[in-house]
Design a protein around this ligand. Structure first.
Ligand code: SAH
Ligand code: DHB
Ligand code: MG
Length: 219
């Protein structure tokens, strides 16, 4: 079945999305640089862009840039004059992302911050940012802290999206108390419906296997 999920994912992308030589080049550049192929899928990128359009996003936050694939999808979907702030801890990844932003002609719309997110996020608060949408996709162990910062940084009515919240069902495996899994479980606690967020999770299958995307709205 998993093979079939991936095959269907590719079929949908081929039948629904326009050909995009620039995004193909971005993924090729990532591969040449030896980056792990853990970018969002094309259909997930299209979903992020669609949500940016729905909320009329002018100010978007991303935690975890990698080579900039998801960032490019969102940067292209910003309202006029909009800007995406994206945080990346690994300078090598950031360098690849920078070149990809130039390839995709989104340099003016992207503010790439190189540093650990837990150090950069408080700076963004000091700078007075209010984001329309945040996409959290970095080290899973810090997801509870990232959700907490997102509650401060995202405006009321704005969206917080978190990638990889199902991990092939490993959230159920009580024996797995790795920091990543505990971070994902902790995220659910932060996001509970009675708190600052109204949240749900869509489980996903496709070229990235079985996983899930959390979609939360800041109250
Ligand atoms: N959003 C990207 C994929 C991100 S992969 C896309 O879909 O294209 C996760 C990234 O988070 C990696 O590049 C990793 O270096 C970065 N990362 C890990 N820990 C981090 C931290 N503490 N602060 C900022 N970035 C971090
Ligand atoms: C991994 C990280 C991701 O953000 C992702 O979407 C898929 C896999 C990982 O660290 O394995
Ligand atoms: Mg991810």
């Amino acid at each position: 079945m998993p093979d079939r999920f991936a095959e269907v994912d590719r079929w949908i992308a081929r039948h629904l999305l326009p050909a995009d030589p620039i995004l193909d080049e971005v993924l090729a550049a990532n591969a040449r640089a030896g980056l792990p192929p853990i970018d969002v899928s094309p259909l997930q990128g299209a979903f992020l862009a669609l949500l940016c359009h729905v909320v009329g996003a002018r100010h978007v936050l991303e935690v975890g840039t990698l080579g900039g694939y998801s960032a490019i999808w969102m940067a292209r979907a910003l309202a006029d004059g909009g800007r995406l702030v994206t945080i990346e801890a690994d300078p090598r990844h950031a360098e690849v992302a920078r070149a990809n932003f130039a390839r995709a002609d989104v340099v003016r719309r992207v503010d790439l911050r190189v540093g650990r997110a837990l150090e950069v996020l408080p700076q963004l608060v000091d700078e007075g940012h209010a984001f329309d949408l945040a996409f959290i996709d970095a080290d899973k162990a810090n997801n509870p802290a990232y959700a907490d910062w997102a509650a401060t940084l995202v405006r009321p009515g704005g969206l917080v999206l978190v990638d990889n919240v199902v991990r092939e069902g490993r959230i159920l495996d009580e024996a797995d108390d790795s920091p990543d899994l505990e971070g994902i479980r902790g995220l659910y606690a932060v996001m509970r419906m009675d708190g600052r967020f109204e949240a749900t999770v869509l489980q996903t299958v496709g070229i990235k296997g079985w996983d899930g995307l959390m979609i939360a709205r800041r109250r």
